[in-house]
Design a protein around this ligand. Structure first.
Ligand SMILES: [Zn+2]
Length: 256
């Protein structure tokens, strides 16, 4: 592997997605996809439970979101504190808190090498087996530059708060090799071509269905794309820190 590591948001195995969607709607009824959205996506046929599950968001209930965090393979207390500090950067605008729990945390962080950077999305973390991580920060140590804590820890924490990737602008989509993207997302996410078209290859200008009403191209939640699927071999790093639009969106979802 060469160059900076980019995130691939983690999705539950297919057979768990319907029950995880039910869980998300139970925890926050606003996660249920709206009828207008379903009509837009499935104009000519009845949506199945699987299709509804795919459109269900995974936000926590509004109000205080207080999650406990355990570190599965980090002994260094200084490193634990540094990661927690960046997770809690979201607290500047939103009513969220991440506090360490020596074991059995709701958020479970590992640093497995070869696994990359990822987190499950929002309430999906409750469907991950208790002995498994919900977030991986490959090889994170005190030697990692501060900028990577901003770019990676805050981004993965955004996923844990229920945020998915923002769509990219046209100029960035143009850098992606579609065939390589279909292969990559099939292997890493189990996505079919239609899903990759919708989630990755549709630029901001054409995408108004999901997420915020005005997509933010500097968002910390912008897609991060590995060099293996770009035409020029360079990765797309996306946003480098929580920006004002991210803070405003987080504050609206989880008001203080
Ligand atoms: Zn991500």
């Amino acid at each position: 592997m060469s160059g900076p590591i980019v995130c691939s948001a983690k999705y539950l195995p297919l057979e768990q997605r319907v029950s995880a969607a039910d869980k998300a709607i139970h925890l926050n009824p606003a996660n249920r996809p709206q009828a207008e959205m379903l009509a837009q996506v499935f104009p000519s046929f009845t949506p199945t439970r699987e299709r509804i599950a795919a459109l269900t968001t995974k936000f926590w209930h509004s109000g205080k979101v207080a999650l406990t965090v355990s570190f599965l393979d980090i002994e260094d207390q200084t490193l634990r504190a540094r990661i927690l500090q960046h997770m809690n950067a979201w607290d500047a605008s939103a009513n969220v808190s991440f506090t360490e729990s020596l074991k059995g945390g709701q958020v479970r962080i590992a640093t497995a090498s070869g696994s990359g950077y990822w987190s499950y999305i929002g309430t999906d973390i409750f469907s991950v087996p208790a002995d498994q991580p919900t977030m991986n920060l490959e090889s994170f140590s005190m030697d990692i530059p501060e900028s990577e804590y901003h770019r990676v820890v805050r981004h993965e924490t955004g996923h844990t708060m229920g945020f998915v990737h923002e769509h990219m602008r046209q100029a960035l989509v143009d850098l992606i090799d579609p065939e390589k993207a279909y292969q990559f997302f099939l292997e890493t996410q189990g996505w079919n071509k239609l899903m990759v078209d919708q989630q990755v290859l549709t630029p901001i200008e054409e995408s108004s269905m999901m997420g915020t009403s005005t997509p933010d191209e500097d968002s910390i939640m912008c897609y991060q794309i590995p060099g293996t699927i770009t035409k020029n071999g360079e990765p797309i790093l996306g946003g480098l820190d929580i920006d004002p639009t991210d803070y405003a969106f987080a504050a609206k979802l989880y008001p203080k």
